[in-house]
Write a protein that binds this ligand. Structure first.
Ligand code: ADP
Ligand code: MG
Length: 694
């Protein structure tokens, strides 16, 4: 992880041979600098000797005393039991693995210092397999002067070994060698950042008077110093990516707005102020010779699809192809249906691409896309595939961005017309991205917010009901549906397996059909053929079905205004953002809507707190922030899907308050000290994380 220029071979450390070097390699440690950045996970306090009389179970403690006896005892397992006394009490040291040599070394009268975890045992307080030191004389040898670091380790590498390695590396640092200070002095001074080597030394060997609590919580100044630098490195990588994309050429899409005007007239409702504003921002971007990189955030139901259509029409009228990509097939299909309905009267043909599309139908669609006969293309991530060739892709629209990674975004960009132009990118997300994450994960994007819902929406009343009252809930569905309302019954499973989810939904469906024979009840899940799904959705939309039993496939985008009741089974299994998305399927019409969170009792305290937030807030931003607080960024954004980077020291939630300063400092560094940027990125980001392949 150290920059190429910062590599001092491990062989400068005495005792590091090929065998050890290989083990160290497994921890990613290839240089002395790597060892210095290999920071402890936690610390032990061995700077004080605790009197035996003051020991409590659970403590990690250093104890000194005189051996009274050491005997092999039988019990459930044979063990060596050594009694140690210090004038304040007696403690037992127990060994399940021991040699004859160990037994003889524990002669009565021997002075010992040991370290270990104190636990209640058969003979009072005990320490199992303590680390031990024979104190030759009665004079105490010095105890540790600093807290003892515990390092991330790997098999065959003991803490002792890692400690002596870091000791050697620190000595190397003391003896005139240095880690490059990559932050210019002026920036370090303005943000009160201590020198790097001081921070590194403190984290490897914290002095006994250190604020241990701050250290364990990651709030110590030395950790801040490193987190600040690491966050800057990430921020700078993003800024560089953005600059690189911006330096490419993009098609200038000047159009009269004629098509967009026709489209709006046929919509049947006026645009909201927010839609008009955001569409204008997008159209302005599309007229620039640089690629647009714009993120549109808008709560569930804010009407992002219309904005996407307006952007598409600007590109289409200017003669460019447009791709719209959605994360699930059902959502992509719904877009496909909408865009066909909207664009056919305007004389624009729409192509369809998904993984499940096979054979001749697939070849046909690929052909339409390659020739440009279909100027609008809608699909799933199958659009990223090699075999999909566009005629002249000018605009890529990505819906529900948080499910796609930065890398995937870049892949679609590479499909631009003959590599000469980069397409514009419009990214839409219904899960409002917490501010802190937006700053770090999306620093390369401009942001527009659709902060106004279309008129006539009614707030959703959310209630928590235990599944012991399931029958009552079923009766509520019966009453609601017999009054002409429509309802969703959503089944959740933790397993990602579509098959298990489908089975769970089938069971609920069969059961509900039996209890509610007077209702017509549909079933929809991810294992059904696209045509079947479309048919069921159409029937529900037309009002032919009262109740739709569904898996979370309906999470995003599905739109049936007459549906005003939603039951979610086992909501405690889902993330809050996902629940918010699901709940957004109701409350789209003018009747009051209800959402029942039918939880499995008993709920944990955390579960109660999380679902309580759903009951109290209907603001996607508030919910997303809370979700982030309770679950951490990896869970919220799905680290794997998003390609969201892993930090070594920094933590986006814990260090959120550093971010504004980090952003400011990064911009200044890039402007005033451009030569410092690359070494900083090299130090902190692994090659694969650098998004440098632009
Ligand atoms: P989301 O932002 O969640 O993607 P959609 O684009 O699916 O929202 O829009 C939700 C619903 O709101 C759709 O039925 C859409 O036709 C409707 N809608 C969008 N804009 C308006 C508007 N300005 N006035 C009334 N209804 C609108
Ligand atoms: Mg949508």
């Amino acid at each position: 992880m150290s920059p190429r220029s910062e590599r001092t071979g491990l062989t400068v450390i005495k005792g590091v041979g090929p065998a050890l070097a290989e083990k160290l390699e497994r921890l990613g440690l290839r240089s002395v600098e790597d060892v210095l950045f290999h920071l402890p996970l936690r610390y032990q306090d061995r700077t004080r000797v605790t009197p035996i009389g003051a020991l409590r179970p659970g403590m990690d403690a250093v104890v000194e005393g005189v051996v009274q006896a050491a005997d092999v005892v039988m019990g459930r397992r044979r063990s060596l039991l050594c009694r140690l006394q210090d004038g304040t009490g007696t403690l037992s040291l127990r060994f399940y693995h021991f040699s004859a040599a160990l037994k003889t070394s524990l002669q009565r009268g021997t002075h010992l210092r040991c370290y270990g975890e104190v636990r209640p045992g058969a003979s009072g307080l005990e320490i199992y397999h303590p680390e031990m030191q024979n104190l030759e004389s009665r004079e105490a040898a010095p105890v540790a002067e600093t807290l003892t670091p515990i390092y991330p380790a790997t098999e065959g590498l003991s803490q002792l070994r890692l400690r002596s390695l870091s000791e050697a590396a620190l000595q190397w640092l003391e003896s005139g060698n240095s880690l490059s200070e990559l932050l210019p002095a002026a920036i370090a001074a303005d943000y009160e950042l201590a020198p790097l080597r001081e921070a590194i030394r403190t984290l490897h060997r914290p002095p006994p008077d250190v604020d241990l609590e701050a250290l364990q919580d990651g709030r110590h100044w030395a950790q801040h110093r490193l987190a600040f630098e690491e966050l800057m490195a990430h921020q700078l990588a993003m800024l560089r990516l953005r600059a690189q994309i911006r330096s490419r050429r993009a098609p200038v899409m000047s159009a009269s707005g004629e098509l967009a005007g026709q489209y709006v007239r046929q919509l049947g409702f006026p645009l909201t102020g927010a839609q008009r504003r955001v569409a204008e921002e997008v159209v302005r971007d599309l007229q620039q010779p640089r690629p647009m990189l714009r993120l549109v955030q808008g709560d569930v139901g804010a009407g992002k699809t219309v904005v996407a259509a307006l952007a598409a029409l600007q590109a289409l009228e200017a003669g460019w192809q447009v791709a719209l990509m959605a994360p699930t097939e059902i959502l992509a299909e719904q877009h496909f249906i909408n865009f066909q309905r909207w664009f056919a009267p305007l004389g624009i043909s729409v192509a369809w691409m998904a993984g499940k599309l096979k054979g001749k139908a697939r070849t046909n669609q690929l052909q339409l896309i390659a020739t440009g006969d279909a100027a609008m293309v809608v699909g799933t991530h199958a659009l990223f595939q090699e075999e999909v060739r566009f005629h002249n892709l000018g605009l890529a629209i990505i819906d529900e961005q948080h499910r796609f990674g930065v890398q995937q975004r870049l892949a679609l960009r590479d499909k631009g017309a003959a590599g000469q132009f980069s397409p514009h990118q419009l990214i839409m997300t219904a899960t409002p991205i917490p501010r802190t994450l937006a700053m770090s994960a999306y620093a390369d994007l401009d942001t527009s917010v659709l902060d106004e819902l279309p008129p006539g929406r009614t707030p959703i009343n959310t209630v928590l009901i235990s599944d012991s009252r399931r029958e009552e809930v079923v009766e509520r569905v019966r009453a609601g549906c017999s009054e002409g309302r429509q309802a969703y019954w959503v089944c959740t499973l933790i397993e990602e397996s579509e098959q298990l989810q489908a089975q769970a939904a089938e069971v609920s469906w069969a059961e509900l059909c039996e209890i509610l024979p007077e209702l017509s009840i549909g079933l929809i899940h991810g294992r059904m053929k696209p045509a079947e799904k479309a048919e069921i959705m159409a029937a529900f939309k037309a009002g032919d079905l009262h109740l739709l039993v569904a898996t979370t496939v309906i999470e995003v985008g599905v739109d049936v205004p007459n549906a005003s009741l939603m039951i979610i089974e086992n909501p405690e299994r889902l993330g809050l953002a996902q629940l918010h998305q699901l709940r957004g399927r109701v409350g789209r019409g003018s009747t009051a809507s209800h959402c029942v969170l039918l939880y499995h009792a008993p709920l944990s305290a955390l579960g109660r707190e999380r679902l309580g937030i759903m009951r109290e807030s209907s603001d996607g931003f508030v919910i997303a922030e809370k979700d982030l607080e309770l679950r951490g960024p990896g869970e919220v954004l799905g680290t794997r899907q998003t390609g969201l980077v892993q930090f070594r020291v920094a933590d986006l939630v814990r260090d959120a308050d550093l971010l504004p300063a980090v952003q400011e400092a990064s911009k200044r560094l890039a402007r005033e000290y451009p030569d410092c940027v690359q070494p900083l990125i090299d130090r902190w980001l692994a090659q694969g994380q650098q998004f440098a392949q632009v």
